[in-house]
Write a protein that binds this ligand. Structure first.
Ligand code: SER
Length: 589
């Protein structure tokens, strides 16, 4: 059987449209308004407010393909199934259908001749075995059996395997049922089952029954609304349906892998795969507005580009080859992600710029590494301080130090590195590293107030400075809000005061905050502002505060501006060229 990735994406959207789902576009890789996580890690991520009960403009049944980044998997790249960047096909029920329909839709899509037509004997499923927090999921198991899944192909696993979420410490989560494809390889050992990572079984889909809201004290009270969140990794399903034993030989990677192979006679293919994975991820990350740097998303991007370059050198490819690879990604994916074509010049400029910087860094850093390790032999430990010195002074990422060290059998003292990292970096940099683990949108009351204040701030800036002011970025924590906006000059003291006063005046007026769901045209006609680029959306949600503020937004917000409290601008400074940044706080009135 041969089926293209494009056909599979389309079949998925068609199937779920037929089942009454609205198709929505992919959200950006960098989550808006979510300071707890650097990247969108799953299709459910941008939907957290709706899983918690906000109304989604597209309704209660939704499906899409979503671009995702999982940096936790960087080390596993090269194992044939884990990727840094991947696309996730997903369908959601926001308080609508639950287990029975979710499982029967999954079954139909996987096995029906009209859709994926996977033979039943190739499938395995797992369900939650139960513990003190939630019961054994006999319901899911018997639903599978009723549909025709043989009992011996159903497995019961604990929370470590059959539970999803919360993505951070707290938030929506629940037991799941996972679907696996048997690649036909022999069992690796007598106990080999779908939870084994030997490669015989590949997880292809996950239906999560999101019915708990994990609290910071470790308890699992029920969510008000029972949701379904499903995710099917596109690269994996394309691979298994075409009889491939890895993702890199699918049509999604072929143009890149062919190009990389043409650049080298070296057949050490883990390096080729690492390069292919990293350049694909990097191209998408830059398209969403990130530049290489030593902080947050920029740091991940830098690591990806630099690791790709180092593997290029390992294969004997010159220092400058990534732009050509990025062009392949742009050509291949723009049909599905138009932001690539739109931002292609920035993509190429950033990549070449980083290649130039890194070529110099590598030359200097490798010399230094050789000096530091001259007296070390296999099994020796490189002190954390020296690894940190390479990072801090030579821009040599820890990851690369570790790789070079492991080639000589040397171990790097990572805990020691972390100590120095913490001591020497500003808090924000240390914080960024912690946040790589991921998390969920924070829906605390303080953050919600900050969110409403952010809308008021944008409108006030447009009154005080002019209508050229538009949001360029927003980041809200319970402690403060940060708002980036287009404006060429430093704001004067008077302008800052006028903005602050206007926001406080609108808070004092006690304006009712509500949303309306309408067509994009109606929203534009009523003067709604905000970031909006979902190519599939028919209806949008607009938050309205009288005549003063109308913005495309998912929520949540306070009910009345009075609840915001008192608004105070703490700082105004440049963010990047033509973009200013305001930091502000909301306090009890
Ligand atoms: N959130 C679940 C996952 O990432 C299902 O979409 O697997």
């Amino acid at each position: 059987m041969s089926i293209t990735s494009k056909e599979i994406r389309q079949k998925y959207l068609d199937f779920f449209s037929e089942q009454g789902h609205s198709i929505i576009g992919s959200a950006p890789l960098v989550p808006d308004n979510d300071p707890t996580v650097l990247f969108t890690t799953a299709g459910m991520h941008p939907l957290v407010p709706y899983l918690l009960g906000e109304t989604h403009p597209a309704g209660v049944r939704i499906a899409n393909y979503q671009k995702c980044i999982r940096t936790g998997d960087i080390e596993e790249v090269g194992d044939r199934w884990h990727l840094t960047f991947f696309e996730m096909l997903g369908n959601w029920s926001l308080g609508d259908y639950f287990k029975e329909e979710a499982i029967s839709m999954s079954w139909e899509f996987l096995t029906s001749e009209k859709w994926l037509n996977i033979p039943i004997d190739r499938l395995r499923v797992s369900v939650f075995e139960g513990d003190d927090d939630a019961p054994r999921d006999e319901e899911a198991a018997s639903l599978w059996k009723d549909l025709g899944m043989p009992a011996e192909q159903i497995y019961y696993f604990p929370k470590s395997e059959n539970w999803w979420g919360p993505a951070g410490e707290t938030g929506p989560c629940g037991p799941d049922t996972e679907m696996f494809y048997d690649t036909g390889l022999a069992d690796c050992s007598p106990g080999c089952d779908p939870s084994c990572s030997c490669g015989k079984y590949v997880e292809i889909w996950n239906d999560v029954f999101m019915q708990y809201n994990k609290q910071s004290d470790g308890t699992y009270p029920p969510l008000e609304q029972k949701n379904v969140d499903t995710g099917m990794g596109l690269e994996r399903i394309v691979a298994v349906l075409n009889g491939k034993k890895e993702v890199y030989t699918t049509d999604l990677f072929k143009p890149l892998m062919d190009k990389i192979s043409a650049l080298t006679v070296n057949h050490e293919d883990t390096s080729k795969e690492i390069i292919a994975d990293h350049i694909r991820a990097a191209t998408f990350i830059i398209a969403d507005g990130v530049s290489p740097s030593n902080m947050d998303q920029g740091y991940v991007l830098r690591r990806l580009l630099r690791r790709a370059m180092r593997h290029g050198r390992k294969l004997g490819i010159g220092d400058f080859f990534l732009e050509d690879l990025a062009k392949i990604v742009v050509d291949q994916y723009s049909e599905f992600y138009p932001e690539l074509e739109k931002n292609k010049s920035e993509i190429y400029v950033e990549i070449v710029g980083e290649e130039e910087k890194f070529a110099k860094t590598l030359r200097d850093g490798e010399k230094q590494f050789a000096k530091i390790t001259k007296h070390l032999k296999a099994n020796d430990t490189m002190p954390g301080e020296q690894a940190f010195h390479l990072f801090d002074t030579y821009g040599f990422p820890l990851e690369i130090t570790k790789e070079l060290a492991s080639e000589k059998g040397i171990v790097v003292d990572e805990d020691g590195f972390d100590e120095f990292y913490k001591q020497h970096q500003e808090l924000s940099r240390a914080g960024a590293k912690k946040r790589f683990k991921g998390g969920l949108a924070d829906a605390s009351w303080e953050t919600i107030r900050g969110h409403t204040a952010t809308h008021l701030l944008q409108s006030a800036l447009r009154v005080v400075l002019g209508e050229h002011v538009l949001q360029k970025g927003s980041n809200i924590t319970p402690e403060r809000l940060r708002f980036d906006f287009s404006h060429p000059d430093k704001m004067t003291e008077e302008q800052i005061k006028a903005t602050e006063d206007l926001v406080n005046e609108k808070i004092q007026e006690g304006i009712d905050v509500h949303y309306e769901i309408m067509s994009i045209q109606d929203a534009l006609d009523m003067g709604a502002i905000g970031l909006f680029d979902d190519k599939y959306a028919e209806k949008v949600k607009v938050y309205i505060m009288g005549e003063f503020s109308k913005e495309f937004c998912g929520g949540p917000h306070v009910n009345n501006t009075k609840e915001v409290g008192k608004f105070r601008i703490v700082k105004e400074k440049a963010s990047s060229s033509g973009v200013r940044r305001i930091k502000a706080v909301v306090e009890e009135a």
